[in-house]
Design a protein around this ligand. Structure first.
Ligand code: F6P
Length: 356
């Protein structure tokens, strides 16, 4: 590799707060730290499929105000698997060769990809096929990337869900209602359990722990007996019905378990219910200070890995430090809430109904 490098950076998969802060850190470290060039690639791998290649030479002034900006100014996508890319005529095409050609057309020495487990698996496969020097940065509000305690975006999502609970508390109490807050997280209940504890929920349901409607209602009845005429229930979007049915909002997206629970709760406890689906508000807006911090540290560390010639690695947060791990290990399985974990113990210790 040349001494003065050109490195590419892209964001892939669902957006979240803190992506821009990570791009900013990559640009600062590359330009200020090493005197390299930094190239931003638009819309994940789609920019590399386009001709001319969808990319921009990044400068420090361009990223100046990005620390606090939500979303990703490079754009992203969680659609269109490049190995079976849906073409306008309905064909599914493997577009790996075009992506690799786009990378080489930009004359890049390395690529930094900011993504969740799905995106990182795709980018790694492309990198292996195309001889691309690849370094990964984990992001996802779901916090389910393995080998890292933190992913960019998770803390902001927890903050938003907690604030929602803080607000729901008062209106629930005023109207004597059971309020059901449905949060994102896909197959991992990290957002639900963290926000549920922080926001003082009475019930937290996560995909990892089975529950019964009878026990959930018993918890609500106990509160009624204690003179507490309202309840806050947090449910993770991928929680199934008691009968094991997945509820989808269509298009392979989760959504609707909150309403299912609301109907069951009013049947068994007589409580008036309301459902709040928090949805994409969890991904938007200004990143929390912690997400800015994690994103900044990850961005710098990723560029340092390129400088050291360490590729096929993902930066990771472990025990207060940023380290690097093999991407292969990080994507081998996704990280769910473990039934014996501290937060599960804390929730149970607080008398929160968390399932059986
Ligand atoms: O993976 C992040 C996430 O926000 C999940 O929590 C959620 O299920 C999904 O993406 C929603 O995806 P979309 O943006 O396609 O609706």
């Amino acid at each position: 590799m040349a001494d003065k490098k050109r490195i590419g950076v892209l964001t892939s998969g669902g957006d979240c707060a803190g992506l821009n802060a990570a791009i900013r850190a990559v640009v600062h470290r590359a330009i200020d730290g090493y005197g390299w060039e930094a190239i931003g690639i638009y819309r994940a791998t789609q920019g590399l499929m386009e001709r001319p290649v969808g990319a921009v030479n990044l400068t420090i002034p361009m990223v100046d105000r990005l620390l606090v900006a939500g979303g990703t100014f490079l754009g992203t996508t969680n659609q269109g698997n490049p190995f079976a890319f849906p073409m306008p005529d309905g064909q599914l095409l493997d577009r790996t060769a075009e992506i690799v050609a786009g990378y080489h057309e930009l004359k890049l020495d390395a690529l930094i990809g900011i993504g969740g487990d799905g995106s990182l698996a795709i980018l790694r496969k492309i990198a292996q096929q195309g001889n691309i020097n690849f370094v990964a940065i984990p992001k996802t509000i779901d916090n389910d990337v393995d080998m890292t305690e933190r992913s960019i975006g998770f803390d902001t999502a927890v903050n938003i869900a907690t604030e929602a609970l803080d607000r729901l508390h008062f209106t629930a109490a005023s109207h004597s209602r059971a309020m059901i807050l449905e949060v994102m997280g896909r197959d991992a209940g990290h957002i639900a359990i963290s926000a549920g504890i922080a926001g003082g929920a009475d019930v937290i349901l996560i995909p990892e722990i089975p529950y019964t409607v009878a026990n959930l209602c018993e918890r609500i009845r106990q509160r009624q007996i204690q003179g507490k005429n309202y309840s806050l229930i947090v449910v993770s979007e991928a929680v199934k019905t008691e009968e094991g049915q997945i509820i989808e909002a269509g298009d392979k997206r989760y959504g609707g378990i909150g309403q299912y629970l609301a109907d069951r709760i009013s049947e068994c406890s007589g409580a008036e219910t309301r459902v709040i689906i928090l949805g994409h508000t969890q991904r938007g807006g200004t990143p929390s200070p912690l997400d800015r911090l994690v994103a900044s540290a990850f961005g710098v560390a990723a560029v340092d890995l390129v400088a050291e010639g360490k590729f096929d690695r993902m930066v990771a947060w472990q025990r207060r430090e940023v380290i690097d791990v093999p991407i292969e290990q990080a994507i081998a399985r996704y990280c769910v809430v473990k039934p014996e974990s501290t937060l599960v113990k804390a929730a149970r210790g607080l008398g929160i109904y968390l399932g059986n």
